[in-house]
Design a protein around this ligand. Structure first.
Ligand SMILES: [Zn+2]
Length: 568
C-alpha cells in the first residue's frame, strides 16, 4: 500500500507519538499533508481546467470539428489527472485523517472532501469505462438516426412535435405518438446492458448501485431526495390536478373528444413535460422592440450586481456554426466570466438572458479571490440553477416589465396569460421530474424488474395521464436523458425550490415581509447585497444543505415553491 515517500510522515507521527499525547500533534500532521495535496492539485489541474474552459468556449462559437477535437483533448487531460492512482491513494489517506477529526481547519477539510469526490469519480477500471462509453455512444447513435415512421413516411423530431402541437385528429396523433416511441424498443436492450455496466462500476467503487454513487458524488442522498419529492408531491397534487383539468378541457375541445377519452397523445409533447399551448397567449409582444441587452444591464446594475465586464467578453448574437443554445462559463475563476447566447427579440430570450446572467453574477465576479481556487465556484449545480431561475422568472411579470420602462399593450390579457403559463409550466414540469427521479432510482436498484410497468405506474400516479390499454412497451427508453444525462434531472427541480425559497427570504428580510408575488427587485441594491453575502460569497465553502440554511434559515423544502404556484 505505501510508497516510500509516504513512509516519511508516518515515521514522523510515530516519533511524535512516543513523546506527545495524540490529540496535540495528530492535527498539524494531517493539515500539512492536506495542504500539500491541495497545492499539488491546484498546480496540475487548474491550468488544465482553464484550458478546457477556453477550448469549450471556442468550439461552441466556431462549431468546427478541429475545435471540438481540441475541446475533447483538453477534457481528457483533466480526466487523466483525476484518475491518477497515487494521487487518489494520498487523498484517501488524508480524507481518513479528516474523517477522524484530525484536520481542524474547516476550509482545508472541505477541500479534501471535494477532492475526494472529484478523484473518486474517475477511479474506474479503464476497460469497464471504455465499455460504458461505447455502449452509451451506441445508444445515442441509434437515437440520432431514428425517425418515427407513419405509414411508410419518415418524420423528423420536429415534424412529430408539429403534429402533437397542432393536429385535431386523434387517430393521427396516436399514430405519430406511437411511432415516436418505437425508438424505446430499439434501445431498451442496450440501455439495460448500460445500466448493468454502470451498476458494476458503482459496486467496484463500493456503492450499491449507480444511482447511489452519482448522488454520493454530488453530495446528495436518495432517501433524502425521495422525502423532499414526497413533500413536493403532496403540495402540488391539487394545484396540478386543477391546472390539468383546465388544460384537458381545451385539449378535448380541440380534438372533439370527451375529457375522459383523452390519452397521452393528446398533450403537446411526447412526455408531457411541457405545458400544452392551449391558451391564447402572446408573451412576445412587449419584447418585440425592446433592447434586451440594455434591459439586462440596467436591471442587474440596479440591484447592485453590474454585469458590464461579462457582456464585454460575451458572444450574444446568432452566427454561422455557433451553438444555438445559451450558457454561461467562468473561464478562470478570476473574473473572466462569459455568456454565449443568440438573442432574438422575444420573451424566451429575455428570460434566457436573465437566466444566464444569473449564473454570471454567481461566479468569481462575486466570489472573492480570498476563497481558495477549489472552493471558488457555486456551492452546487442546484444552487446556481436556482439563482438563474430566480431572475429568469421576471420575464413573465408584467409589473417587472412595466417598471423596466416597457409598455404592455393589453395589460390584463398579458397578466392572465403570463400567470397561467408560469404556473402551468412549473407544475407540469414538477410532476414530470417526479417520474424521472423515481423511475431512475428504481431502475438502477433493480434493472431486471418490469420496467414497462414501473414507468406507466409512475406516469399515471404523478402526471395523471391514462395508460393506453394493453400497452406493454419500453416507453421510458425513448427519453434520451435516461441514457445520456443519468441521475441529473432532480437538480432542475431542486433549483426551482431553491429559487422560490431564496426569493421568499428576500421578500421577508429585504422587503419587510412583503408578499413574494409583488417583489420585483428593480433598483433595490439590498437585493444584490443579500445575494452576495448570503449566497455568492461562501462559494463552495458550504455544501448546498448548509448554504440553504445559511441563506434562508431553513432546510430546502417545497413550501415556498408550492406557495408560488397556487398551493397554500
Ligand atoms: Zn442554467
Amino acid at each position: 500500500m505505501f510508497t516510500p515517500e509516504k513512509w516519511y510522515p508516518i515515521a514522523l507521527v510515530l516519533l511524535v507519538l512516543t513523546a506527545w499525547p495524540l490529540a496535540a500533534h495528530a492535527g498539524p500532521e494531517g493539515l500539512e499533508r492536506a495542504k500539500k495535496v491541495i497545492a499539488a492539485h491546484e498546480k496540475t489541474v487548474k491550468p488544465l481546467e482553464i484550458a478546457a474552459a477556453e477550448a469549450w468556449w471556442v468550439a461552441n462559437i466556431s462549431g468546427k470539428d478541429a475545435d471540438f477535437t481540441k475541446k475533447e483533448a483538453a477534457q481528457n487531460k483533466i480526466d487523466e489527472a483525476l484518475s491518477n492512482k497515487e494521487t487518489f491513494a494520498e487523498i484517501k489517506a488524508v480524507k481518513a485523517l479528516r474523517d477522524k477529526g484530525e484536520i481542524e481547519d474547516k476550509l482545508v477539510a472541505r477541500m479534501i472532501d471535494l477532492l475526494h469526490l472529484m478523484y473518486l469519480e474517475k477511479q474506474v477500471d479503464p476497460e469497464l469505462l471504455k465499455k460504458i462509453t461505447a455502449k452509451a455512444n451506441e445508444v445515442e447513435k441509434k437515437f440520432n438516426v431514428f425517425r418515427a415512421n407513419v405509414d411508410g413516411k419518415e418524420l423528423s423530431d420536429s415534424e412529430v412535435r408539429k403534429v402533437l402541437k397542432t393536429s385535431s385528429d386523434s387517430k393521427a396523433r396516436q399514430a405519430v405518438w406511437e411511432a415516436s416511441k418505437k425508438v424505446g424498443a430499439d434501445v431498451a436492450g442496450d440501455l439495460k446492458e448500460l445500466v448493468k455496466l454502470r451498476n458494476e462500476m458503482a459496486t467496484k467503487l463500493g456503492f450499491k448501485n449507480y444511482h447511489q454513487l452519482q448522488l454520493f458524488l454530488n453530495e446528495q442522498n436518495g432517501d433524502e431526495l425521495i422525502k423532499l419529492f414526497d413533500e413536493l408531491d403532496t403540495l402540488t397534487k391539487e394545484p396540478f390536478a386543477k391546472a390539468k383539468a383546465e388544460v384537458d378541457e381545451k385539449l378535448a375541445k380541440n380534438c372533439g373528444v370527451k375529457v375522459e377519452e383523452l390519452m397521452p397523445w393528446h398533450v403537446h409533447d411526447p412526455f408531457f413535460q411541457e405545458s400544452p399551448a392551449v391558451f391564447d397567449v402572446n408573451l412576445d409582444e412587449p419584447f418585440s422592440k425592446a433592447d434586451i441587452l440594455k434591459l439586462c444591464k440596467d436591471f442587474y446594475a440596479g440591484v447592485g450586481l453590474p454585469i458590464d465586464t461579462v457582456l464585454a467578453r460575451s458572444d450574444l448574437y446568432e452566427k454561422k456554426g455557433k451553438s444555438p443554445h445559451a450558457f454561461c462559463t467562468d473561464i478562470n475563476r478570476e473574473g473572466d466570466v462569459r455568456v454565449l447566447a443568440n438573442i432574438v427579440n422575444n420573451e424566451y430570450w429575455m428570460g434566457t438572458m436573465l437566466h444566464e446572467l444569473g449564473h454570471a453574477v454567481y461566479s468569481s465576479k462575486n466570489i472573492p479571490q480570498t476563497v481558495p481556487y477549489i472552493l471558488r465556484s457555486e456551492a452546487h449545480i442546484l444552487t446556481t440553477e436556482g439563482v438563474a431561475m430566480q431572475f429568469e422568472r421576471f420575464s413573465k411579470s408584467r409589473a417587472w416589465i412595466e417598471k423596466m420602462g416597457i409598455k404592455v399593450e393589453k395589460p390584463e390579457a398579458f397578466d392572465i396569460a403570463a400567470e397561467k403559463v408560469r404556473k402551468n409550466q412549473l407544475l407540469i414540469f414538477s410532476r414530470w421530474c417526479q417520474v424521472m427521479l423515481r423511475f431512475e432510482k428504481s431502475m438502477y436498484e433493480n434493472p431486471d424488474q418490469d420496467l414497462n410497468k414501473l414507468w406507466w405506474d409512475l406516469v399515471e400516479k404523478y402526471q395523471m395521464l391514462k395508460r393506453p390499454a394493453d400497452r406493454n412497451a419500453p416507453d421510458y427508453a425513448s427519453k434520451i436523458h435516461i441514457v445520456s444525462a443519468p441521475v441529473y434531472y432532480h437538480n432542475y427541480m431542486m433549483g426551482q425550490l431553491f429559487a422560490s425559497q431564496v426569493h421568499a427570504t428576500i421578500a421577508k428580510e429585504v422587503y419587510n415581509g412583503a408578499d413574494p408575488q409583488t417583489v420585483i427587485y428593480i433598483g433595490e441594491k439590498k437585493v444584490g447585497e443579500f445575494m452576495k453575502k448570503k449566497i455568492f460569497e461562501p462559494g463552495r465553502t458550504l455544501d448546498w444543505r448548509d448554504l440553504t440554511k445559511f441563506a434562508t434559515g431553513r432546510e430546502l423544502s417545497a413550501k415556498d415553491f408550492a406557495a408560488d404556484f397556487g398551493a397554500k
